[in-house]
Design a binder for this molecule. Structure first.
Ligand SMILES: *Cc1c(COP(=O)(O)O)cnc(C)c1O
Length: 409
């Protein structure tokens, strides 16, 4: 039997390995010169030639989102509008600050938060909007930023999936929101193992995040060892967090960032091939970006249509039995016990997110997949759908898989 194709794998080359070894030999392991270089290069990547763009490296996107919401003053009694169709970190950080997420249902075409729903959800307690660019497809940022301006709200983008993604021809991270946060978790479009980046053009947000990411100390450790002020001196100005990135992680990030456009190109070609080869099946294919815009293609999310003769769970089971790892993005937050019970939510609270979840499957899409790997995924998707639609006795003969894990029987 063929090797199992996992759902996701990072792409780490000799360049990353050499850069990490260089850091190990240098003796500087935690936040230092590599982190500074990664930040400078990231800022240049997002906004070339703009000296006002700050990039702040942190040890996860979750940490970055927490820091930004703290920096803009989110606290108990405040509401932050976001989507239930996301990873729990997006909303968890709102609760860390004692504030409440207010979930708004999705646009079923894009799986992203519906701007019209945002407008309806605004109350006197609303302080910010936290859109998530699901799968790497930009939210309707023009509409969201215009709503925010009209109501005096802050906008913080969860761009964990969106490097590189554009909206209206501009890279996410260079729009007029207050801050944007990226993830470098092992499965994301570029990785540092664990890590994240805050990008903002707001000097006050940048300064607050800089202080709060490292214990509330008002000067970074690196400066303590390079500036001419007494090396032992520092001021603690707040009970800060321990959210700094290590130079070992930054070393990986420096080399990954150089490949970000190549990775995007490869992902786009693979997404195009899925589109071409899966058309005509009982599947709803992912929404395309607006003309001229770039999709990072972090995820390729298909949805089974009513014509498919198989459930989502059985489909994933059948794919796995034939050697293909799939996943689901996302289990909406209102299906998780904490969120469901805390805010008394039911599947009917967000019917469009619930419906999308019920039939959503993420197919493997990553740069380490070969063309043969992808052809196998396509073939197995076709077989799985065809076998499900074929009466059982015939199916066994046709596929030669007697009792072989074809679900839905
Ligand atoms: C991965 C992810 C995060 C969290 O990223 P970490 O770097 O693991 O903290 C946040 N939001 C979304 C939508 C994600 O997919």
């Amino acid at each position: 039997m063929d090797k199992f194709l996992p759902f996701a794998l990072p792409e780490i080359g000799e360049e990353e390995i050499a850069e990490v070894v260089d850091s190990l030999r240098s003796g500087w392991l935690t936040t230092g010169p590599k982190t500074q270089r990664f930040e400078a290069e990231f800022a240049r990547f997002i906004a070339p030639g703009d000296p006002l763009t700050h990039a702040l490296a942190v040890n996860s996107a979750t940490a970055g989102l927490h820091l930004v919401l703290e920096a803009i003053g989110i606290g108990p009694g405040d509401e932050v509008i976001t989507t239930p169709y996301t990873f729990t970190a997006t909303a968890g950080v709102i609760r860390h600050l004692g504030a409440d997420p207010v979930f708004v249902d999705i646009d079923p075409h894009t799986l992203n938060i519906d701007p019209a729903g945002i407008e309806r959800a605004i109350t006197r307690r609303t302080k910010a909007i936290l859109p998530v660019h699901i799968a790497g497809l930009s939210c309707e940022m023009k509409a969201i930023l215009s709503i925010a301006r009209r109501h005096g709200l802050r906008v913080v983008e969860d761009a964990a999936h969106a490097l590189p993604t554009t909206h209206g021809g501009r890279l996410i991270g260079s729009l007029d929101s207050d801050a944007t946060v990226y993830s470098f978790y092992a499965t994301k479009t570029i990785t540092t193992g664990e890590g994240g980046m805050i990008v903002t053009r707001d000097a006050e947000i940048a300064e607050r995040c800089r202080v709060m990411r490292l214990h509330g100390i008002n000067r970074v450790v690196f400066d303590r060892y390079t500036s001419t002020a007494p090396a032992w001196h520092y001021d603690v100005v707040a009970p800060g967090f321990k959210y700094n990135m290590t130079d070992l992680a930054a070393a990986i990030g420096i080399q990954q960032l150089k490949k970000a456009w190549d990775f995007q190109q490869r992902r786009q070609i693979m997404a195009g091939r899925y589109d071409d080869e899966l058309r005509g099946l009982p599947l709803r294919l992912p929404a395309r970006p607006h003309a001229g815009d770039i999709h990072s293609w972090h995820l390729y999310i298909i949805r089974l249509t009513a014509e498919a003769a198989i459930s989502r769970d059985d489909f994933i089971h059948a794919m796995a039995a034939r050697g293909i790892g799939c996943s689901v993005h996302f289990i909406p937050l209102h299906f998780h016990p904490y969120w469901r019970e805390r805010y008394q939510l039911t599947p009917q609270s967000y019917p469009l997110a619930s419906r999308a979840y019920g039939c959503a499957i993420s197919l493997p899409l990553y740069t380490r997949m070969t063309d043969d790997d992808q052809r196998k995924v396509i073939r197995v998707v076709r077989e799985t759908l065809r076998d499900a639609a074929t009466p059982a006795p015939v199916r066994m003969q046709a596929s030669g898989v007697a009792g072989g894990g074809v679900a839905g029987e």
